[in-house]
Design a protein around this ligand. Sequence first.
Ligand code: ASP
Length: 309
Amino acid sequence: MFTVDKYIYILKYILSQMAAVGTWSFSRPAVERMSCMLLAGQNATDVVETAMAEVEDDADTGRHIVGRGGYPNCKGVVECDAAIMEGVPGRFGAVAALRGIAQPCRVARKVMEKSPHSLLVGDGAEAFAQDLGFTSEANDNMLSHHTATAYREFLEKNKPVSGGHDTIGLIALDLSGNTTVGVSTSGAPFKSPGRVGDSPLPGCGLYADNTVGAAAATGDGDKIMCYCPSFHVVQLMKQGSSPSEACHAVLADMQRRIGDDKCFDIGLISLNMKGEVGAASSVEFPYTFWNQGMDSVEELINQPKSLNV
Ligand code: ASP
């Protein structure tokens, strides 16, 4: 027999455009998890936080520059940046240069919900996390075999890490029409202690507005933070652009200003309130996507476009 709750769910389901998107191929399990949670009626923030935490805590995905198993700084210490933003005005929390906590995006959510502040860094962020019951782990637990070996090679042979930038960015749009975006990264391998990238900075690594949609960035955070691309994407969507048009217009604007051939590594994803996705990038950029019209999560690949073509 149908209960009132079931009727409400069906009505909301018919009216909603639930969707989830994540940066890079390794976000696929997280986006699959998000699709299941969204279909079960969970809210966008719980969905993003839970899916993110699973990736952050997995030492294997650490080599993608996320959470446990991430690359350490030049002193051998893993320092993570993470943030979460809801589409509701003023709902943002972030941590930066956070040590010893394997699920930094969960701490970012607590900053959003329990702190009078919006961004906590370093020792202060760790103390805040401990006060709220998070366990601070020894740095050895934060390294994986892979990243500990890479760090030894960096010290002995000055060998850099091959491959590009990663960072997981996840955006969810839930049954009630709320959007939330989260990002998490251990940042540039062998960075200076205390270095903070674009990820925990609102408008740079992420932005959300429930009247429009949300966006997230990945790539060279030292450069990305100079352009506020996530805010820019959301503003263009507000003026009527589709997610794809907005991402491409923001990237083209940056490329024009920088000089097309000098553009740094960047990937942008965005999702609007219709559950439509878009991406643009200066490098080959896989991302994973699901919306409620799809049977399963799909991997899409954005190829970089040159302004000179
Ligand atoms: N944007 C991140 C940072 O610079 C890293 C990345 O996306 O690879 O910290």
